[in-house]
Design a protein around this ligand. Structure first.
Ligand code: T5A
Length: 214
């Protein structure tokens, strides 16, 4: 039987460089002969990508989803993602690099969105169970810098990105609080580094916590 792969999640606000880092990590692990599946949340499977569209472009565009409904949609997507992609990949010995996971729900829906944390932890126990990340890299970047990067990219803002600045400030603080509360799982990286230097720091964090070949 293949040895279980390692599960690495990348967390942080919008525009901090998670997707860019995920691609760099996949390439660096591949260069070491480590097979990694790169995926994202919400999304990663056809079902979860369909739910992503419902969340980020709600049919009720003016009011959007109520916080608890939004939370349930994220966990519906996560359950499908875990069942059809993450758990099978880990069981086959692949590493999984996931752009956002449960800490995003803790930061966006609980800390900033005011859904009670107990509700989210209950859902997490039901849906995620013991498939928790081996390592979470939290990318820390001041909101203004992240906004500049996103403006340079000039995509349309989705339902969550377009929330008020104070919401995103609460999200930023929440990620740092989560990292502080879970030092055995989380490492905070300075996301103002250039992309290559950030990838170097991420690889060093992986080597320190879980070793280069798992
Ligand atoms: N959400 C998600 C919840 O509310 N609850 C949840 O449980 C989950 C899972 C997802 C939305 O859903 C919310 C959070 C989000 O609002 P998304 O489109 O997937 O939406 O949003 P993000 O994950 O934030 O994706 P982004 O693409 O906006 O941000 P990234 O991935 O952090 O940034 P990236 O890599 O695309 O880079 C942004 C720009 O910066 C440049 C890139 O070239 C790009 O132009 N860049 C750098 N520039 C300088 N230095 C670097 N180190 C750079 N790295 C990247």
């Amino acid at each position: 039987m293949a040895r279980r792969g390692r599960f690495i999640t990348l967390e942080g606000g919008e525009g901090v460089g998670k997707s860019t880092l995920a691609a760099a990590l996949e390439a660096r692990l591949a260069a070491r002969g480590v097979k990694a599946v790169r995926t994202r949340e919400p999304g990663g499977t056809p079902g979860a990508e369909a739910i992503r569209r419902l969340i980020l472009s709600p049919p009720t565009e003016v009011t959007g989803w109520e916080p608890i409904a939004e939370t349930l949609l994220f966990y519906a997507a996560r359950t499908d993602h875990l069942d059809k992609l993450i758990r099978p990949a880990l069981a086959a010995g692949s590493w999984v690099i996931c752009d956002r996971f449960s800490d995003s729900t803790r930061a966006y829906q609980a800390a900033a969105g005011r859904v009670p944390s107990e509700h989210i932890e209950t859902l997490d126990r039901i849906c995620v169970g013991d498939t928790t990340p081996d390592l979470t890299l939290v990318l820390d970047l001041p909101l203004l810098m992240a906004r500049r990067r996103m403006t340079a990219r000039a995509n349309d803002k989705d339902a969550i990105e377009s929330r008020v600045v104070s919401y995103h400030e609460a999200v930023h603080k929440a990620f740092l609080d989560i990292a502080r509360a879970n030092p055995q799982r989380c490492i905070v990286l300075d996301a103002s580094l250039a992309a290559d230097a950030l990838a170097d720091a991420a690889v060093a964090a992986i080597d320190a916590r879980i070793g280069g070949d798992g």
